[in-house]
Design a protein around this ligand. Structure first.
Ligand code: SF4
Ligand code: MG
Length: 318
């Protein structure tokens, strides 16, 4: 079980030129072992910040990240950092930028094995990398090639093989298919689901794309301006979205409700996080906003098995 618990993810400070922003505030969730939680939202909502926080690239000013009860912040700072790193790996959006073009695939995928002392010599390294490449649908002989010899989808398979090298339990996937063609996206997502089943992996899956999230998630957290505004099981979220922002995102996906009505593009723009709106930060874009919304920030509240932060929902007028 992976817990990111409430008041503590409070106030993650992200350094911007001459200013600090509360990039993420009051974000709280748990992921059951072997399951996928997706965080979804438009760019700038703080979902990548959450990912970087979990792997220790950022520190939180309050709050904690627990992996099976172990405090990760203490873990990253202490002698257990390497062990923690083996258990949690990250897959990034851009397989072009994240693979060193001058390295053979053998060395790219084998680097974590070497770094963590998981192989004794060159022959064992070659064998283990071959197994990893086959597990992601590539050939063992591909280890002798360089990244530029592969397509985008194949490169993301190489990234996944590298992430699996230390036999992690938990993978943080930040827009892992966003740079790929739609047909290739589905293949990579299916591979990730197969690997999850075979290895009991737990995923935090970050995406701006609800159609992708629908394909992979068990639970979905919708983020807006650094906060989770709705957190629900996937089926519930897609069949009965409560938060007006979730509805706006769903209405922008073609055919999601199978009603045949035209999709409505997402309206308005994400406000500047340096100067967020008062009250509910969604109020300038919200069709249900009233005077209270511009004054008072709604907190995330349990409501019929889901969590949602919206006055209209708690007042029964949504
Ligand atoms: Fe809209 Fe008000 Fe709900 Fe915010 S709190 S989402 S502005 S109805
Ligand atoms: Mg991002």
């Amino acid at each position: 079980r992976f817990d990111v618990s409430a008041p503590w993810l409070n106030r993650v400070l992200e350094r911007r030129p001459r200013q600090f922003v509360h990039a993420v505030d009051g974000v709280s969730f748990s992921i059951e072992r072997g399951k996928t939680l997706a965080l979804v939202g438009e760019s700038g909502c703080g979902k990548s910040t959450v990912a970087r926080l979990l792997v220790g690239l950022y520190g939180a000013s309050e709050g904690q990240v627990l992996l099976e009860g172990q405090d990760c912040a203490a873990g990253w700072a202490g002698p257990q950092a390497a062990a923690l790193r083996r258990r949690m790996q990250m897959i990034f959006q851009d397989p072009y930028a994240s693979l060193n073009p001058r390295w053979k695939v053998l060395d790219i995928v084998g680097e974590p094995l070497r770094e963590h002392g998981l192989v004794r010599g060159g022959a064992e390294l070659t064998q283990r990398v071959g197994e990893l490449l086959r597990s992601v649908g590539l050939a063992a002989a591909d280890g002798e090639k360089y990244p530029h010899q592969f397509s985008g989808g194949q490169r993301q398979r190489i990234s996944i093989a590298r992430a699996l090298a230390t036999q992690p339990e938990f993978l943080i996937c930040d827009e892992p298919t966003s740079a790929l063609d739609v047909s290739v996206q589905a293949q990579v997502l299916n591979l990730m689901k197969d690997l999850q089943r075979e290895r009991g992996l737990t995923y935090l899956f970050i995406s701006h794309n609800l159609a992708v999230v629908r394909h992979v998630a068990d639970q979905v957290g919708v983020m807006y301006l650094g906060r989770i505004v709705e957190l629900a099981d996937k089926a519930e979220l897609f069949s009965a979205p409560r938060h007006p922002y979730t509805r706006m995102l769903l209405d922008a996906i073609p055919d999601i409700h199978m009603t045949g009505r035209a999709r409505t593009p997402v309206q308005g723009e994400v406000p500047n996080p340096l100067n967020p709106p008062s009250g509910c930060s969604f109020h300038p874009r919200c069709p249900l906003a009233n005077e209270r919304c511009s004054r008072e920030r709604p907190s995330l509240q349990a409501f019929k098995g889901i969590q949602v932060a919206c006055h209209a929902v708690s007042e029964g007028r949504s």
